[in-house]
Design a protein around this ligand. Structure first.
Ligand code: FAD
Ligand code: SIN
Length: 522
């Protein structure tokens, strides 16, 4: 790993790669990624990318749906940028080599909360196609290097005696045991994705351990709206610790949620029925399960023609079939699972964070487009739009930005020889977050979670005092940090809005809480 680059990008999902492609015309870009290059949430995206491309659609309608889902907290300027620049970025992705269903006449799917068909997709493996196309494009770009199996540990901060705190690079740990490198960079782009692994049941792959969120928090950057964790209503039951997603696009094509006795229930909760926004559907399922005592509800796909299921959902058909479910002839058992962090490192509409030198884009960032609840398929679009905007902002000034010396935010992890197994602590964390900070919260459960997290953090600190510095251990610390951020943010919002439902404060309170929850370690 080189120790000096123009631009250091942390993460190789859609946000990091699209940004790298845009930034590469201005300087040398190094992309650091902690596993093999395609491994990311992006790679597992199913439904698609929302963009107002149909003749009966418009950016205004897309904006209206986004604001409706976001329950009053979306930032108007960010939403306008998303919906007006989105179609152009999707076309750019196609020019880069991504192939979507329908070819030149894009076939547009529908998902919850959307008033029009606007989901560009590659059958039900959209993310894999996007990741493939971006990695191919990056491979052809001589100004970009990708460093696999290298984990960013902490940010480097410039000399605070000389100037205000700024990010000047990152500490990177090689998985092959060759140790830590201090990588200095004119600008650092945080594109490390989400933190779904904080929860016992999640659709997110193992990489989603909140590393970027925790690093930025430790470095003093502002973090916003982390109480808004989106639970996807339809993960395949049993969800386990890596749930298989049954795309919302399946409901978009007509599938209906039923109780186990065969009764539909969503019409009692929302005029859009099974296609209501996700916060409504996940909460309704949670309620129905608590009332009935059942472990799952059913997704009846019989309204969709067999030919359509085979064409649009080949991966879901194959995965369910491998687990003994014949979705062509029987309903699929489903439950909610943690899916997406609507909050993150607070940015403006050009990827600027509150820490100079640090940009953020993708799921790790909070641009303000999602508000209190993300509209389905808006996150891949958000990554494209804000990655391009950030590169356009930093590019022209890049050469003038100097490399600076810096020190790591934290040096406390030991370099002792002991190898520590972190799986019991991970399981404990994920269970407590699921039980106490899930779809339905209360003040008491949040207090209990806060206490349990402090105890766990203390025990992990003791356990790791003389431990070997491993990615596993670093992830555990980041998971605990991310969980604490979610709890603190949830405790700060004494109302129910969007994805934050608290039984002790069951109504919206616009007077006090029509604003972001912003926290920082400074
Ligand atoms: P990611 O794609 O998660 O990439 C993060 C990258 O950072 C990875 O390469 C990871 O290895 C790397 N990384 C993490 N920590 C470190 C570290 N410490 N050091 C170095 N590298 C690190 N959204 C939609 O809009 N439409 C969909 O249809 C859709 N379907 C989804 C289906 C599933 C199953 C899931 C899980 C999510 C889905 N989403 C969807 C959400 C969407 O996929 C993500 O929000 C989006 O892909 C995030 O992109 P990203 O680039 O920000 O992060
Ligand atoms: C899905 O396919 O249901 C996921 C879409 C999303 O998370 O935006």
């Amino acid at each position: 790993m080189t120790d000096e680059v123009d631009v250091l990008v942390l993460g190789s999902g859609i946000a990091g790669l699209f940004f790298a492609l845009h930034a590469s015309s201005f300087g040398r870009v190094a992309v650091v990624t902690k596993k093999e290059r395609p491994e990311s949430n992006t790679n597992y995206a199913q439904g698609g990318i929302a963009a107002a491309l149909a003749p009966d659609d418009s950016p205004e309608l897309h904006a209206r749906d986004t604001h409706n889902a976001g329950a009053g907290l979306c930032h108007g300027d960010a939403v306008t940028a998303l919906v007006t620049e989105g179609p152009r970025r999707v076309r750019e992705l196609i020019e880069l080599g991504a192939t979507f269903s329908g070819g030149a006449d894009l076939s547009l799917g529908r998902e919850g909360g959307h008033s029009r068909r606007r989901i560009v997709h590659a059958a039900d493996l959209t993310g894999r196609e996007v990741e493939r196309a971006l990695l191919d494009a990056v491979a052809a770009e001589p100004n970009i290097e990708i460093h696999e199996n290298q984990m960013a540990v902490d940010l480097l901060i410039g000399d605070a005696r000389v100037e205000e705190p700024r990010c000047v690079g990152a500490m990177v740990l090689a998985e092959d045991g060759s140790g830590l490198t201090e990588v200095r960079s004119r600008v650092v782009m945080m594109a490390t994705g989400g933190s779904g692994q904080v929860y016992a049941h999640t659709t997110n792959p193992p990489i989603a351990t909140g590393d970027g969120l925790a690093m930025a928090y430790r470095a003093g950057a502002k973090i916003a709206n982390m109480e808004f964790i989106q639970f996807h209503p339809t993960a395949l039951y049993p969800a386990g610790d890596r749930a298989f997603l049954i795309s919302e696009a399946v409901r978009g094509e007509g599938a209906v949620l039923l109780k186990q006795d065969g009764t539909p229930f969503m019409d009692r909760y929302h005029p859009l029925g099974s296609l209501a926004p996700r916060d409504v559907v996940a909460l309704a399922i949670d309620r129905e399960l608590k009332q009935s005592g059942d472990d799952f509800v059913l997704l009846d796909c019989s309204p969709i023609a067999e030919q359509e299921i085979r064409r649009h959902f080949p991966n879901i058909l194959a995965e369910t079939s491998a687990r003994g479910i014949d979705m062509l002839n029987e309903p699929i058992p489903v439950v909610p699972a943690a899916h997406y962090a609507c909050g993150g490192i607070l940015t403006d509409t050009h990827g600027r964070t509150s820490l100079p030198g640090l940009c953020a884009v993708g799921e790790v960032a909070c641009t303000g487009v999602h508000g209190a609840n993300r509209l389905a398929s808006n996150s891949l679009l958000e990554a494209l739009v804000f990655a391009a905007r950030t590169a356009a902002r930093i590019g022209p000034n890049l050469a003038a930005a100097p490399h600076r010396k810096g020190t790591p935010v934290r040096r406390e992890i030991g370099f002792g020889g002991q190898c520590v197994d972190t799986s019991p602590q991970r399981a404990e964390l994920r269970r407590l977050m699921w039980d106490l900070v899930g779809i339905v919260r209360t003040d008491g459960r949040l207090r209990e979670a806060s206490q349990s997290l402090s105890d766990l953090a203390l025990r992990v600190r003791e356990l790791t005092r003389d431990a070997e510095l491993t990615p596993d251990l670093l992830e555990l610390r980041n998971l605990i940090q991310a969980a604490a951020i979610i709890v603190i943010s949830s405790q700060g919002r004494l109302e129910s809005r969007g994805l934050n439902f608290n039984l002790d404060h069951p109504f919206r309170n616009n007077e006090r809480f029509l604003r972001d929850t912003v926290i920082s370690s400074r």
